[in-house]
Design a protein around this ligand. Structure first.
Ligand code: SF4
Length: 328
């Protein structure tokens, strides 16, 4: 299939190009690629190298994204490519974010057909970073909309405002990683920055169904002070945004020990003071994956592994009739 010219770039002197897709704003010389490795300057034009290249295609429960308040119990067709605009030392998918895995080509039409064949009504752009797969994600999401298929982004949120706003009309839900509330953490451990991620979260909170994930890493971002800062900020946007506090395991270059379950339980209690819906992920603690009504305190979605018992009726708690944020 023909290579795809990138969106969001300008041409400069001596055949250089200036990519404007993400806040790295790479200035790329002829023959070179940007930080993400998947946008290359060829002859003074910028091309997407991972357009229609698929590293992973699988059917997952939507809870695995994780999305807990978006059609609970639904199946989702998950698609991923390779490349990333971050370089997290703790990346759990580093084989596809930082290396080049085995790839197959699928057109947008073939992805839609694969979903329809399995009678799946939702597609997630996940596993690797969908922002640096922008052209393919947008094209596939537009086609999904025309076929009444919901679309999901699982992303680090590191994207410029203009491309984000052009994509959002074709996206129904997202889970954004809020990795820390400390700018130096983003710089040192992710090769990115915090403020653009906050801007993405603010925009998405007003436009689509949004959930957030915070991977809690031993000694790096697990202090009570940091959990308070993150949850206070989320609450200032919308206290009903579901937050997934996820357990870190050693991966990629980071060798710190796995997060202590007690640290996660404390973080849960700290977050609960300000936010309505908190979940613990990557760990099996009874009740920590349940949705609890923010008003009456009853369990309204019980989760055991990926088995779901959803009691919500017409978007409301069946006991006290309080509305629950999400699509059910
Ligand atoms: S998308 Fe890639 S090439 Fe473009 S600015 Fe971001 S890291 Fe650089």
């Amino acid at each position: 299939m023909a290579k795809k010219e990138a969106l969001y770039y300008s041409r400069g002197d001596n055949l250089s190009v200036h990519c404007k897709l993400c806040p790295h704003n790479c200035l790329i010389k002829e023959g070179k690629s940007g930080i993400c490795r998947v946008r290359k300057n060829e002859g003074g034009r910028l091309y997407s190298l991972n357009y229609n290249k698929i590293s992973s295609l699988a059917v997952d429960p939507v809870e695995k994204k994780p999305l807990y308040h978006f059609y609970p119990g639904s199946k989702v067709l998950s698609v991923g490519t390779y490349g990333c605009n971050f370089s997290c030392t703790f990346c759990q998918n580093w084989q596809i974010s930082q290396e080049t895995p085995v790839l197959r080509e699928y057109s947008a039409e073939e992805i839609i057909a694969a979903a329809e064949k399995e009678d799946i009504k939702m597609i997630a752009f996940t596993y690797s970073e969908p922002i640096v797969w922008y052209e393919y994600v947008k094209e596939t999401a537009e086609l999904a909309k025309k076929n009444n298929i919901k679309t999901v982004l699982v992303s680090n949120g590191f994207i410029e405002k203009d491309p984000l706003e052009e994509l959002i009309p074709f996206i129904d839900a997202a889970n954004i990683d809020l990795k820390s509330f400390n700018s130096s953490f983003y710089k040192k451990y992710c090769g990115g920055s915090l403020e653009p991620v906050k801007n993405t979260i603010k925009i998405m909170a007003e436009t689509i169904h949004l959930e957030l994930t915070n991977l809690i890493i031993t000694d790096l971002n697990d202090s009570r002070e940091e959990i308070e800062k993150i949850t206070d900020w989320i609450a200032s946007i919308n206290k009903n945004i579901p937050l997934h506090l996820s357990r870190y395991y050693p991966a990629n270059k980071l060798k710190k020990k796995s997060t202590d379950p007690e640290t996660l339980k404390k973080a849960y209690q700290t977050a609960k003071r300000k936010l309505s819906y908190i979940f613990l992920g990557n760990i099996n603690i009874a009740g920590a994956g349940d949705t609890i009504c923010s008003n009456c305190g009853e369990t309204i979605i019980n989760r055991s592994g990926y088995s779901i018992k959803n009691l919500i009726k017409n978007g409301k708690c069946p006991y006290c009739k309080t509305a629950v944020n999400g699509q059910f």
